[in-house]
Design a protein around this ligand. Structure first.
Ligand SMILES: [Fe+2]
Ligand SMILES: [Fe+2]
Length: 195
């Protein structure tokens, strides 16, 4: 597939997958004006920091609840499984971004005449980012399905209701996070690579 800005236009796909996130499909003007470096620092300091704190917390709460309710609660087992798939994938994704992808993009963004090898490396990393993001969106969709759109049953316990609320906040934060990377950061890298 030829490398074009359109091939990275995931906002419409995201709006179709998550109609409730349609308002996020219009990239914020403020981040269009900011430097790539400032955007990356913002993503790391807010969205990555939130996930580093929230994923272990949610994991612990879900494991505790599953232990309390026993293996007979099929829905909880399924939720536990889907959440931990998402957690593992996200933690590996954050590690890759922080240790390899973001430093590579920052090096490229601050380079006036990047070497062809650095351009090629950046094209590869943004393609890999897009692939990872598609997997994460598929897992978010699965999580939404398993939790019936984060809707508790009338007899759901307080802990389960709290977990659903936190998962819904995680989804909203992750959609905004992916929106910044897919719709602002990646097109900026592609634009520079094409110039
Ligand atoms: Fe990220
Ligand atoms: Fe990402």
């Amino acid at each position: 597939m030829p490398l074009t800005l359109d091939s990275f236009d995931s906002a419409r796909q995201m709006a179709v997958a998550f109609p409730e996130a349609a308002s996020l499909a219009s990239p914020s003007e403020v981040w269009h004006e900011a430097s790539v470096c400032a955007l990356i620092h913002y993503i790391t300091d807010t969205h990555h920091a939130y996930l580093h704190a929230e994923l272990p917390h949610l994991s612990q709460s879900l494991i505790q609840l599953a232990r309390g309710q026993g293996e007979q609660n099929g829905l909880l087992c399924q939720l536990n499984r889907t959440f931990h798939l998402l957690k593992d994938e996200l933690e590996e994704h954050l590690r890759q971004e922080e240790e390899a992808v973001f430093p590579t993009i920052i090096r490229f963004a601050s380079c006036r005449s990047p070497a062809p090898s650095l351009i090629a490396m950046n094209i590869t990393v943004v393609h890999e980012l897009e692939t990872d993001h598609r997997h994460l969106i598929a897992l978010l969709r699965e999580l939404r399905q398993v939790t019936k759109h984060y809707t508790p049953e009338p007899d759901s316990c307080r802990q389960y209701v709290q977990i659903l609320r936190r998962l819904q906040c995680l989804e909203a934060d992750l959609l905004e996070h992916l929106h910044l990377e897919n719709d602002i950061l990646i097109p900026r890298v592609v634009q520079k690579a094409l110039n």
